[in-house]
Design a protein around this ligand. Structure first.
Ligand SMILES: Nc1ncnc2c1ncn2[C@@H]1O[C@H](COP(=O)(O)OP(=O)(O)OP(=O)(O)O)[C@@H](O)[C@H]1O
Length: 263
C-alpha cells in the first residue's frame, strides 16, 4: 500500500477536564473511503476540527502528504485556509453556505483559494484577471454538474432543498481541489433517495482521485460506502476494520447499545 496521505498519531484534545480526543492514531491512504463513527459525544467532530485547524490539539501530530508531490506538512497550529490550500477540504455538520448568494457563486468562492488574482487586478480587470474569472465560472459550472445542481446555478442557495444544500457544500469543497475530502454527516436530513444519490456521488468523487474521510450516523450508508471504519467512543478508538469486521465487533455493539452483547 502506498504511503499514507494523512497520518495522525497520539492526537489528544482536552476541554478542561474532558478528554474529547484521547491519543488517537489514524492513517488514510490514497483512494480510500474511511468512515469515522461512534455514539453522540464520542469526539468525531472535535477530531475533524483538530485536523482542519479549527482547534489546536492538546498533544499529538497531524501530517498531510500530497500524493502527487510527496510533500509532507505538519498541520498542528496551521490556519484552516492554509490547510485547505495544501489539499484538505471539509463540509460541516451544520451547513455553512452563503444563503443569499447563488448556487454558482457559492462554488466560485471555493475556487478562489486556487486563483491568483490580486485586489488591483480585480479593480482594473486586466486580461489575466478576466481569463481567470472565466476559468472560475467554467470550473464552478462543471462542479455543479458533477454534484447534480447545474440547473439550479442561479438560484439563491437558501432555496435549495436540504439534501441539495449538502451536495452544494461538497461542490464548494471540491472547488478547492482537495486530495483529501472530509465530510461531516453528509447524509444528515436526507431522504432515502437523496442518500442513495449521495452514495453514488461520493463513489464517483473517490474514483476521480479524492480520498474521503466521513463522519456519518447512517449505518447503511457507512456499510455500503466505506473501505474501512474507525470507531470512537469517549474520545478513544474502540475498533477499526472493514465493515464486516466492525459490524460484528462486540465493543462496537456495546458502545451503540450500551450493554454487553453476551450479557
Ligand atoms: N468547544 C467545546 N468545549 C467544551 N467541550 C466540548 C467542545 N466541543 C466538544 N466538546 C465535548 O467534547 C466531547 C466530544 O464532542 P464532539 O462534538 O466532538 O462529539 P461527536 O462524536 O462529534 O458527537 P455528535 O455525533 O453528537 O456530533 C463531548 O463531551 C462534548 O461535549
Amino acid at each position: 500500500m502506498s504511503e499514507a496521505i494523512l497520518q495522525v498519531s497520539g492526537l489528544t484534545k482536552n476541554f478542561g477536564g474532558i478528554k474529547a480526543i484521547d491519543k488517537i492514531d489514524l492513517d488514510i491512504h490514497p483512494g480510500e473511503i474511511v468512515a469515522l463513527i461512534g455514539p453522540n459525544g464520542a469526539g468525531k467532530t472535535t477530531f475533524f476540527n483538530c485536523l482542519t485547524g479549527i482547534y489546536t490539539p492538546t498533544a499529538g501530530d497531524i501530517y498531510l502528504r500530497n500524493p502527487e508531490t510527496g510533500k509532507k506538512t505538519r498541520l498542528n497550529g496551521m490556519k484552516p485556509n492554509n490547510i485547505t490550500k495544501i489539499g484538505m477540504a471539509r463540509t460541516f455538520q451544520n451547513i455553512r453556505l452563503f444563503p443569499s448568494m447563488s448556487v454558482l457563486e457559492n462554488v466560485m468562492i471555493g475556487r478562489h483559494c486556487r486563483t491568483k488574482a490580486l485586489i488591483l487586478g480585480a479593480i482594473f480587470r486586466g486580461p489575466a484577471t478576466r481569463r481567470e474569472e472565466e476559468e472560475i465560472v467554467d470550473t464552478s459550472r462543471g462542479l455543479l454538474k458533477k454534484v447534480g445542481l447545474h440547473r439550479q446555478a442561479n438560484e439563491e442557495a437558501r432555496n435549495l432543498s436540504y439534501g441539495a444544500q449538502r451536495r452544494l457544500e461538497i461542490g464548494r469543497a471540491l472547488a478547492t481541489e482537495p486530495f483529501l475530502l472530509l465530510l461531516d454527516e453528509p447524509a444528515a436530513g436526507m431522504n432515502p433517495q437523496e442518500t442513495e444519490a449521495l452514495v453514488t456521488l461520493i463513489k464517483a468523487i473517490c474514483k476521480e482521485g479524492h480520498s474521503i474521510l466521513l463522519i456519518e450516523h447512517d449505518m447503511k450508508l457507512v456499510m455500503s460506502l466505506s473501505d474501512r471504519i474507525f470507531v470512537m467512543d469517549y474520545g478513544k478508538k474502540i475498533a477499526q476494520g472493514t465493515p464486516e469486521e466492525v459490524r460484528s465487533n462486540p465493543a462496537v455493539i456495546k458502545a451503540y447499545l450500551g450493554e454487553d452483547v453476551d450479557a
